[in-house]
Ligand binder design. Structure first.
Ligand SMILES: Cc1ncc(COP(=O)(O)O)c(C=O)c1O
Length: 379
């Protein structure tokens, strides 16, 4: 982890604490993109056979991060797409319930709202506290809950939920547990136990996984693959799509595993080429080392933060890779925090006196110290 900033992120000139918004791509991805652009500009001698296996290679790299089989990974345009497919492909009966987190990111809310009448289920949004206490969750979970879907780490507070505790309640009640790891995986590792407690894991790949914008993935257990039908089918994920001479032998029988959910044009050579390289870097370093590194940065930051000036919004103890702060006395500040951070070369998400700070593998203790000094002076 230690020397990867210079080697892999030489273009990152800011004090960059904004992976929750948009993670930077490593240098090796640029080389992959360049090769892909060369092909785009001269696609001569680039037959079907050369790009057919790209989705499977990226499936394998994502699977390695989670220690699962690539057969259970699907490729998507966005988290919204996965949640939409779930809302349309799950066999709901009238009166079934889908339980969501009040205040969650819209990708985990809007598709459920859109399709509730068409599919006959009812959306029920529970407060954060319900997911932080398994006994409360058991009491609040409506009887006919079929699916529970929420973010692992919340995008606006950095609060992290206990996957094993929530997953156990879901298993006990026969509820499909769908977790969005867009704000965690890559910056933190998911343990085997955590993965085993989830039925569907979905994530955008352009944040903590350091891919380019424009892609997401999902992991499905064998049971969830059986339970959810596909409502879309790409010609590239049916048997007749395997061989370009066989295309008109129409079939809707999908290729095995999670491929039935794959987006169209998944072998996008620029996006997938870059993503393959960022995943290679993460796999090379190991998510356990990255998580330890990030945890040390966050602890150092919290230990030295001027607490008289800033209130930590993220619930300490339920925090991981993101820390959200609010300036205590906004009226006494002569300069808005956003201006102070920008003037001092800090990139972070700032809203209404609050700041969201993301700590990732390319950040260093010295950089955290510089950030602390800037915050100390921000009056
Ligand atoms: C928790 C969470 N999920 C998903 C996304 C991205 O969603 P989508 O892939 O639907 O654009 C974000 C983006 O900020 C997010 O914070």
């Amino acid at each position: 982890v230690l020397d990867c900033r210079q080697r892999e992120f030489p273009g990152l000139q800011q004090k960059f604490f904004n992976s929750a918004y948009y993670g930077p791509s490593p240098l090796r991805s640029r080389q992959a993109a360049q090769r892909a652009i060369d092909i785009e500009m001269n696609p001569v001698d680039f037959p079907f056979a050369k790009w057919r296996d790209i989705p499977d290679r990226v499936r394998g790299a994502l699977a390695r991060l989670l220690d699962v089989s690539g057969e259970n990974i699907s490729h998507h345009a966005s988290v919204t797409e996965v949640i939409s497919y779930l809302s349309l492909g799950y066999p709901f009966q009238s009166g079934d319930k889908v339980v969501l987190l009040e205040g969650d990111f819209p990708s985990n809310i809007l598709p459920w709202m859109l399709n509730q009448e068409r599919q006959g289920y009812e959306v029920c949004r529970l407060r954060q506290e319900c997911f932080a206490d398994p006994d409360l969750l058991k009491r609040k979970l409506p009887v006919r809950t079929k699916i529970l879907n929420l973010s692992h780490v919340m995008f606006n507070t950095g609060r992290c939920f206990d996957l094993e505790a929530i997953g156990s309640v879901c298993r006990e009640r026969g509820v499909l547990f769908v977790i969005d790891v867009s704000q965690s995986l890559g910056g933190v590792q998911l343990t085997q136990e955590q993965v085993n407690h989830c039925d569907v894991i979905v994530g955008a790949t352009y944040k903590w996984l350091l891919g380019p914008y424009g892609h997401a993935f999902a992991y499905w257990t064998d049971e969830s693959l059986r339970a959810v039908s596909n409502v879309h089918l790409s010609w590239q994920t049916v048997q007749s799509g395997v061989d370009s001479r066989n295309l008109l032998n129409y079939t809707i029988e999908p290729l095995p595993g999670a491929r039935k959910f794959d987006r169209g044009q998944a072998p996008n050579i620029i996006v997938m080429g870059m993503l393959e390289k960022s995943l290679e870097l993460l796999n090379e370093i190991g998510l356990d080392s990255i998580e330890n590194h990030n945890r040390a940065l966050v602890s150092h930051f919290l230990d030295h933060l001027p607490k008289t000036q800033f209130e930590v919004i993220t619930p300490i103890g339920s925090h991981r890779n993101i820390v959200c702060l609010r300036q205590r006395d906004l009226s006494s500040s002569s300069n808005p925090l956003e201006d102070v951070l920008r003037a001092n070369g800090v990139d972070a998400s700032v809203r209404e006196g609050g700041v969201r700070l993301s700590f990732h593998l390319f950040n260093q203790i010295s950089e955290v110290d510089e950030l602390l000094e800037i915050l100390h002076k921000a009056q």
